[in-house]
Ligand binder design. Structure first.
Ligand SMILES: [Zn+2]
Length: 278
């Protein structure tokens, strides 16, 4: 983590000092890069490790029931993602890491499929749920930590980031760190909302026409609250990033063109062009 405040004029995708505020939302502002058109908000999370007082939420009955209520829907979607992973690689005995593991549901499904599952989750309340519900021990150390970078370099057959890329402080750096723990030929799977959605575009038009009074979906697509959406990629930006990192795209799908989140689902393979492969 940077020790100085981040300069949001620096684009989080291309690194150029070319980003400027464009859409002022409730409590945050979307910056747009003039060089690569990346959209990201002027907010970074402080991880709980840095600020223990953030760890005040407890897993009481209300929180437990709320999480349980969402598991059913998540189980359907993550079940589809498991099928996708299984189409590209036998999961039995596979060493897998789920980054942004949440309450551990995907790690649990991987274990049921015979894989050896590891999960990273910075939020204590989710780790506690994973332990009590699934008997899983998720790790709070983020992927940039020496725990992973030194201890698991070139280790994993599969690294997954489900609904995670849009939440990260620095998505490019996190993907680079994720690549280092993948085996050569290992697979990276992720999904993330797409900015190419009809809802996003109409929200931008609405913002401009109303001079900022009506940003429609933009307020629900971004938030400065902890662990919420900080950036949304277009398909082109994501596929170019994957290629620039030296990965080979094996499969790319888009779910629900009329769904506000309009997700990009991507499977990519680590090649000899990736950092740490030489
Ligand atoms: Zn840029």
């Amino acid at each position: 983590m940077p020790t100085e405040p981040y300069d949001f004029h620096r684009c989080k995708l291309c690194g150029q000092l070319a980003a400027a505020p464009r859409y002022q939302l409730k409590g945050t502002c979307i910056h747009v890069c003039a060089a690569c058109d990346f959209h990201f908000i002027d907010h970074l999370d402080t991880l709980p490790d840095d600020e223990p007082e953030q760890e005040t939420r407890t897993l009481d009955v209300t929180a437990w029931n709320f999480i349980e209520g969402r598991l059913k829907q998540n189980r359907r979607q993550l079940g589809e993602r498991l099928t996708l992973a299984g189409r590209h690689r036998s999961l039995a005995g596979a060493e897998c890491l789920d980054i942004g593991a949440g309450v551990g549901l995907f790690s649990h499904l991987l274990q049921e499929a015979g894989a050896i599952a590891y999960g990273i989750e910075p939020q204590q309340i989710f780790r506690q749920f994973a332990r009590e519900k699934f008997g899983l021990t998720l790790t709070p150390e983020t992927i940039d930590a020496p725990y992973w970078q030194d201890g698991f370099a070139g280790h994993f057959d599969l690294v997954t980031l489900w609904d995670t890329l849009e939440h990260l402080n620095f998505p490019v750096e996190t993907l680079r760190d994720a690549l280092r723990v993948l085996k050569p030929g290992g697979l990276l799977l992720l999904d993330t909302p797409s900015r190419d959605s009809f809802f996003y575009k109409t929200s931008e038009w609405s913002y401009r026409l109303s001079k900022g009074a009506n940003p429609r979906f933009l307020n629900s697509l971004y938030s400065a609250r902890p662990f919420r959406h900080k950036q949304i990629f277009t398909v082109r930006q994501l596929t170019e990033l994957i290629e620039n990192l030296g990965l080979e795209t094996i499969e790319m799908n888009r779910s629900g063109l009329l769904d506000p989140s309009n997700k990009i689902v991507l499977v990519a393979k680590k090649t000899e062009r990736c950092p740490g492969s030489a």
